[in-house]
Design a binder for this molecule. Structure first.
Ligand code: COI
Length: 363
């Protein structure tokens, strides 16, 4: 199949310069959207087509669309970064394309080839280039590709009509408090995903499943929730939308091994590669909660952090469980955590040499 080209139809009315400048002053996360979106449609008869960049606006969806009933949906998250010379780049976008393909396979959705995925992102950013914030303050344009079963049909089977869409949203810090140490509640009531389930796929259902855990966390005064494995409830998996890392006093950087129920984070994989640049030994293994909490209390684990495209790298200052409270290090932002953050964002914003060849120019 030839890759989709996403030809543009300009929005008849664009956000005014003043209004856009007001939004970009303090974009927060996920609440403002640009003037265009990318769309394409797949049918079982014709494959992918109907691609374009069109004005941002409501989707037309039958109330009988399969996605509304059976959650046949997958999505991605990546960012466009403006460099000091005005050029715009994204970070390992082919990894997002590949993960969207894996997620689509798991949810019985059609795969979108990498070239078409990259074209959708590139053409959308080109259309809304004025929405990519200046690098000051570590702002970026968050891109949200997603695919859903739009077929009007209530039988339980893979949909024969599927829509793909990319929307863009200027983003500052994911957390309302900024890059401040998180308080994390460890739930033993809920699990996010189970063996053989959809945990490794980036599908809306996993996030829906995490919400009640987040509510439980909020009831305990915490910012985030940590989920354990669903079969033994003893091993750390991930937070509601972030992978998790620990730094030990003997220079190891620990993260839960991918088990099929943990999201294969692009930021997670990149941090594992950057660890050696910081003189840390990356270790992927089963992380028993009891051992981690013991090591936190004994000072053998000095730092912990959450990571993801949206969260970047955010320190974890404290854990709360039904049995008590554990302060990580001095409860502040750890030295390795913040250095890894600086290294990662340095590459993303073009301040640090991209030795791994991770950046793709968009505009
Ligand atoms: C991302 O980090 O891009 C995600 O999709 C996670 C979500 C918490 C915003």
């Amino acid at each position: 199949m030839t890759a989709l080209a996403f030809p543009r139809t300009d929005a008849p009315r664009r956000t005014s310069d003043d209004e856009r400048a007001r939004i970009l002053q303090n974009p927060g996360f996920g609440s403002s959207f640009t003037d265009h979106m990318a769309v394409a449609r797949w049918t079982s008869e014709s494959g992918w087509g109907g691609d374009g960049i069109v004005p941002f606006g409501p989707l037309t969806l039958s109330p009988a669309s399969a996605v509304l009933h059976y959650a046949q949906e997958v999505f991605e998250g990546l960012k466009a970064f403006r460099h000091a010379d005005g050029s715009i780049w994204s970070f390992r976008p082919e990894k997002n394309a590949e993960r969207l393909q894996r997620s689509a396979r798991r949810l019985a959705l059609p795969e979108l080839d990498t070239e078409s995925f990259l074209a959708s992102v590139r053409e959308l950013v080109a259309a809304d280039v004025d929405w990519v914030p200046d690098p000051a303050g570590e702002q970026s344009l968050y891109l949200r590709p997603f695919m859903y079963a739009s077929e009007e049909f209530l039988g339980v089977r893979a949909a024969l009509t599927v829509d793909y869409c990319v929307i863009a949203s200027p983003a500052g810090s994911y957390f309302p408090r900024g890059v401040q140490p998180l308080v994390v509640w460890v739930t033993d009531t809920y699990a996010r995903a189970g063996a053989g389930g959809t945990g490794a796929a980036k599908c809306g259902g996993n996030y829906a499943s995490s919400l009640v855990g987040k509510q439980e966390a909020a009831e305990h005064g915490a910012d985030e929730v940590m989920f354990l494995d669903s079969s033994t409830h003893t091993a750390i998996e991930e937070l509601s939308g972030m992978n998790v890392f620990a730094v030990t006093d003997d220079g190891r950087l620990l993260t839960p091994r991918l088990t099929g129920s943990i999201l294969e984070g692009v930021t997670r994989a990149s941090i594992l590669r950057l660890a050696t640049d910081r003189g840390l030994e990356p270790v992927e293994e089963r992380l028993e909660l009891a051992r981690v909490l013991e090591d936190v209390r004994a000072g053998r684990i000095r730092e912990m952090f959450a990571c993801g495209t949206a969260a970047v790298i955010t320190p974890i200052g404290e854990f709360r469980t039904k049995d008590g409270t554990w302060t990580v290090g001095d409860g502040g932002s750890g030295e390795h955590t913040m250095a890894l953050r600086e290294l990662l964002t340095g590459i993303q914003y073009g301040r640090v040499e991209d030795r791994h060849g991770w950046l793709t120019r968009l505009v």
